[in-house]
Write a protein that binds this ligand. Structure first.
Ligand SMILES: CCCCCCCCCCCCC/C=C/[C@@H](O)[C@H](COP(=O)(O)O)NC(=O)CCCCCCCCCCCCCCC
Length: 216
């Protein structure tokens, strides 16, 4: 158990650091760090219990698709989200209206994680402003209903809703984060949130400008 907690402590710090290093000075999003941030989040989620494994499986899948692009022969085009979008659109490597030839395009794959990042932002903001008697399951499902759920089929919403009830309570959740007292957790969240929000907003604007927010 001690080893797991040590791992986790490292992981959460890593998550914050990677989101910090995601943006270049010209506000480009480095795909490598974006993916590393997600890896850290998935590791954290895996520590919360196996009820969440269907969620982390999908996230891991999508992370792997992006890593494959990064390590592939056209990896140079995948350094930033901006260069990826330009390359894939210019080369017509994206299914724009219905699923077809490119089920693993970087653009559609990253869009799924991007939408989940909005959930994370809303959930962490709730955690940050929560009080001792706040309910993590309620905070999680409220954040989900305001964001990601709109993009999910009924059956996924149902499964996610059920999983949320298995979330540990606020005190345990904070313990598992292993960053110290609730005040310290709040401070860490306060630190991380603006960065996560900025990464989200830069990506959202890029996708909106290219009219690819609804990729199938
Ligand atoms: C901490 C509790 C975790 C709650 C996670 C909330 C998100 C719930 C998402 C439910 C997704 C169910 C799995 C299936 C999804 C796919 O159908 C769907 C669409 O993909 P497709 O177009 O290829 O078919 N995929 C997605 O929307 C991507 C989902 C990615 C979810 C990643 C969630 C990572 C959560 C990390 C939690 C970290 C908490 C940190 C707190 C400090």
């Amino acid at each position: 158990m001690a080893v797991a907690l040590e791992d986790l402590k490292f992981t959460l710090q890593e998550v914050l650091d990677t989101f910090k290093s995601c943006l270049s000075e010209h506000k480009e999003v480095f795909l490598e760090h974006y993916v590393a941030g997600w890896r850290g989040l998935v590791r954290f989620m895996n520590c919360l219990g196996s009820v969440f494994s269907f969620i982390s499986k999908d996230a891991v899948n999508k992370i792997q698709i992006l890593v494959n692009h990064l390590n592939g022969e056209n990896g140079d085009h995948y350094i930033t989200v901006q260069s990826m979008v330009k390359y894939e659109l210019d080369s017509q490597l994206v299914d724009l209206t219905k699923r077809g030839s490119f089920p693993e395009s970087g653009c559609r794959t990253l869009l799924r994680l991007h939408r989940a990042l909005r959930w994370l932002e809303l959930f962490l903001e709730r955690l940050r402003t929560s009080t001792e008697d706040s309910n993590t399951s309620v905070m999680c499902s409220e954040a989900y209903n305001e964001s990601l759920s709109q993009h999910h089929a009924w059956i996924i919403r149902k499964a996610a809703g059920t999983a949320f009830w298995a979330l540990p309570g606020r005190a345990t959740f904070f313990d598992v984060m292993n960053v110290g007292s609730p005040e310290q957790v709040m401070a860490v969240l306060g630190d991380a949130l603006p960065l996560i929000s900025e990464v989200y907003q830069v990506t959202e604007d890029l996708y909106a400008q290219n009219n690819i927010l609804e990729l199938p």
